[in-house]
Design a protein around this ligand. Structure first.
Ligand code: FE2
Length: 254
């Protein structure tokens, strides 16, 4: 059983600390800064055995070197980002199974936001760490890959079970929800989600994690291959990746 501590960092990042009580192994995912992680490790009296990065952006890797120095942790990161992340000990590629906090985890290569971005899925717990590929009601900006690559990456995530719990890299939910409502105003499930999200943010609470099954019905970026959805939002384009591109471009300018 893996216990997850959600740590807020920088302006809107989330860092995840995973602890396996039975084996006493601790891993951190995407430490954008070290100090908030050290604070929790001290309070819990845990060592830090592993550092895992989904991609090379500084707000996900900025704490690597300080944490590695203090705890002698093993750094696990995508092979495709090897030139942009220093001191990687274990490289991961698409489809690799690695142990994270003592649990088998599958690496899923999701190019688009960056070319080497990898998400991590733990089947035993049905946890997905989606980095900056999928957010609650959103997806990452397409910085390095093509729109088609990003769409194909989201399709890979969409294949995971509905009862997958998703932990993403940022608290962008409220602005994503506003955009989703803007383009899909008649979606009742989305309206309910929007109200819950609004309440949580008003109370200063995180909206993460979220359920993938719900997301398949309300996240517009996951629905570009549903004909009825595309026509309901006025997009009669030829391919899902073109529909995705249109939605992503509208969000970039929202
Ligand atoms: Fe990023």
């Amino acid at each position: 059983m893996i216990h997850i501590e959600l740590i807020s960092a920088l302006s809107d990042n989330y860092i995840y600390l995973l602890h396996n009580d039975k084996q006493n192994i601790t891993a951190v995912i995407d430490p954008g800064e070290a100090d908030p992680v050290i604070k929790v490790l001290k309070a819990k009296n845990w060592n830090l055995d592993q550092i895992i990065n989904t991609h090379h952006h500084h707000d996900h890797t900025g704490g690597n070197s300080k944490l590695k120095k203090i705890y002698k942790s093993q750094l696990i990161a995508p092979l495709y980002e090897k030139d942009r992340i220093s001191d990687i000990d274990i490289f991961v590629s698409d489809g690799d199974t690695i142990s994270i906090a003592g649990a088998d985890s599958k690496a899923i290569h999701t190019p688009g936001h960056t070319l080497g971005h990898v998400c991590f899925y733990i089947p035993e717990e049905k946890y997905l760490f989606s980095g900056d590929t999928m957010f609650y009601l959103g997806c990452g900006r397409v910085f390095e890959g093509t729109m088609e690559e990003m769409w194909n990456s989201l399709l890979k995530l969409k294949l995971l079970p509905d009862d997958t719990t998703v932990y993403c890299g940022h608290e962008y939910t409220l602005s994503n929800a506003k955009f989703s409502i803007h383009i899909d105003p008649n979606n009742q499930l989305l309206k309910q989600a929007y109200n819950n999200i609004n309440n949580k943010r008003n109370e200063g609470l995180p909206t993460i994690p979220f359920l993938l099954g719900d997301e398949k019905k309300i996240n517009p970026f996951l629905r570009a291959n549903e004909n009825s959805f595309a026509s309901s939002i006025g997009l009669n384009l030829s391919s899902p990746s073109e529909i995705f591109k249109s939605i992503r471009t509208q969000k970039d300018n929202f």
